[in-house]
Design a protein around this ligand. Structure first.
Ligand SMILES: [Cu+2]
Length: 133
C-alpha cells in the first residue's frame, strides 16, 4: 500500500518530535532515592524551562544549575550547524539534531552533572548541573 511521498517529511518531523520527547522522558536510569512519596503525578512544583543560546562556537551560558524536572531549551542561532551531544553515560540522552537555527529541549529528571559538547566543534562545551528537586 504505497503512501504519498509528500507525507514523508511531515512524518519524519513527527517522529523526530516523538524521539525528542522519548529522549527527554527516558533517561531516568539513575533515579535517586526519593523520600517525598507524596508527589505521584507528572508535575512537581515550579518546573521551569531554562534557555541556553547556541551561537557560533559557544554555548551561553556554558554552565547552568537547574532543579530536577526542569527543562533546558537550547536556542540555535548561528551561521553554521551546531548540536548538543552528551559526554558519558550520564548524559547519553542528550543528542540533538544539528541546527543552524532552531530549538531543542530536554527535561532533566535525575540530579547530577551532565556535560555536553557540539559534535562538530568539540571545543564547544557546556555543563548542566541538576540539583535534587
Ligand atoms: Cu558547533
Amino acid at each position: 500500500m504505497p503512501r504519498p511521498h509528500r507525507a514523508a517529511s511531515a512524518a519524519v518531523a513527527g517522529l523526530t518530535l516523538v524521539a525528542a520527547l522519548l529522549a527527554g522522558c527516558g533517561s531516568d536510569e539513575s533515579t535517586p532515592t526519593r523520600t517525598d512519596t507524596s508527589i505521584t503525578g507528572s508535575h512537581r512544583n515550579a518546573e521551569a524551562t531554562v534557555s541556553i543560546f547556541v551561537e557560533d562556537d559557544a554555548f551561553s551560558p556554558a554552565e547552568i544549575t537547574i532543579t530536577a524536572g526542569d527543562t533546558v531549551a537550547w536556542h540555535f542561532d548561528g551561521d553554521i550547524p551546531h548540536g548538543v551531544q552528551g559526554i558519558g553515560d550520564k548524559a547519553m540522552g542528550l543528542n540533538s539534531p544539528l541546527f543552524e537555527v532552531g530549538d531543542w529541549s530536554y527535561t532533566f529528571t535525575s540530579p547530577g552533572e551532565y556535560r555536553y559538547l557540539c559534535p562538530i566543534h568539540p571545543d564547544m562545551r557546556g555543563k548542566v548541573i541538576v540539583e535534587e528537586a
